[in-house]
Design a binder for this molecule. Structure first.
Ligand SMILES: Nc1ncnc2c1ncn2[C@@H]1O[C@H](COP(=O)(O)OP(=O)(O)O)[C@@H](O)[C@H]1O
Ligand SMILES: [Mg+2]
Length: 361
């Protein structure tokens, strides 16, 4: 198991900055995910850790030892890519065994480890198949077994589920999570899919434009997003813009129709000014009193419906309705909405940074 420390790390491609002054700590044995939109620098950073990319400034340490100049082959890393990268002429078992050939491991020991690796990804029964006779998901299981069989100090995965269909992705992410737990290998996982990241990770670094926006557990970044980008990227949210006002020594926000929120205790600094309020769909419910809205549409999604309603301010707010009925709301229906204030996050409207008490970076 390996702990990784990245300090003031920088990567440029021909003068263009891809990673700017990045600090990150990845703990021993944890499942750590780099999450962000396409082009934000996830693959670049993963390749730096793997030793495939040059480093323009800063350091990468494994267990406290700087490894900037250590060649990739000497870093003891297992890698899984989006496109499986199996040898087509070798059976699943031979593909997995390949990683051990360069390691001077006896035949019996090798066979035992290949078997265990295939077992951990539920591929025992297909070990003699060629990749061409395996589905995408099965090929990716073999690729994962091949990465695990060498007992790497570090497992790196770059969008390993991107080529699979939705149902397989969910199945496969459970396998990945389970195999990682069993092996206890420090894992850095890259994805642009926030739901996938939430499902598999111990902690997540949310990235944008080559910068880390926030590091935390899935619950921390969902419930206490450091800024507006994180709030909008992780899950769904409604953003309302309101002025914060000083009133009788309290800080308040008027939502509309006489509904006032006292945010004195919630907000860390007593600035007034314009705020953006992140309202998660599950923080909104139809009630007898609250703010007035008019239903725009309802989308039935089986376990729940997604309802959009327009406030008198003109803003649209989306909320969830758990119901056994197919449809509750018609377009044009009047609805009164109540917000659970304990589930709101407040951002400075200008820079989009959280002003919550105890906001994390
Ligand atoms: N080999 C390369 N040469 C030049 N620019 C690159 C190269 N690889 C990536 N980039 C640029 O670096 C940025 C980050 O890319 P990448 O790390 O692949 O993002 P992600 O994996 O998050 O989608 C992008 O702007 C991309 O165009
Ligand atoms: Mg990428």
């Amino acid at each position: 198991m390996t702990a990784i420390a990245l300090r003031s790390l920088r990567k440029e491609y021909g003068g263009q900055i891809a990673i700017a002054d990045l600090d990150l700590d990845i703990r021993e044995g944890e499942f750590f995910t780099l999450l962000g939109p396409s082009g934000c620098g996830k693959t670049t950073l993963l390749r730096m850790i793997a030793g495939f990319n040059s480093i323009e400034a800063g350091t990468i340490s494994f267990d406290g030892v700087v490894i900037n100049d250590k060649p990739s082959a000497a870093r003891n890393i297992g890698m899984v890519f989006q496109n499986y990268a199996l040898f087509p002429q070798m059976t699943a078992a031979k593909n997995v065994a390949f990683g051990l050939q360069t390691r001077n491991i006896g035949k019996g020991e090798s066979a035992r480890r290949v078997e265990a690796a295939l077992h951990s990804v539920h591929m025992d029964h297909l070990k003699d198949r060629l990749p061409g006779a395996l589905s995408g998901g099965q090929q990716q299981r073999v690729a994962l077994a091949r990465a695990l069989v060498i007992s790497p100090a570090l497992l790196l995965m770059d969008e390993p589920l991107s080529n699979l269909d939705a149902k397989l992705r969910v199945e496969m992410r459970d396998t990945i999570r389970q195999a990682q737990r069993e092996a206890g290998i420090t894992t850095v996982y890259v994805t642009h899919d926030q739901e996938e990241a939430m499902a598999v990770s111990d902690r997540i670094a949310v990235m944008n434009l080559g910068l880390v926006q926030q590091v935390g557990t899935p619950a921390e970044i969902y419930r206490n997003p450091a800024n507006r980008f994180v709030a909008e990227f992780i899950g769904k949210t409604n953003l309302l813009e309101r002025d914060a006002l000083q009133r009788d020594g309290r800080l308040v926000v008027e939502l509309g129709e006489g509904v006032t929120l006292d945010i004195t205790e919630v907000v860390g600094k007593t600035t007034d000014g314009t705020m953006q309020i992140s309202v998660r769909p599950e923080a909104v419910r139809a009630a007898d009193s609250g703010i007035q809205a008019e239903v725009v549409d309802e989308t039935f999604l089986g376990s729940h419906s997604q309802v959009r309603a327009r406030l008198s301010s003109g803003e649209t707010i989306e909320f969830l309705e758990f119901s056994h009925r197919a449809s509750l709301w018609q377009r044009g229906d009047k609805v009164t909405l109540q917000l659970d204030t304990s589930m709101l996050t407040f951002f400075d409207a200008e820079d989009g940074v959280s002003v919550m008490r105890g906001a994390s970076k």
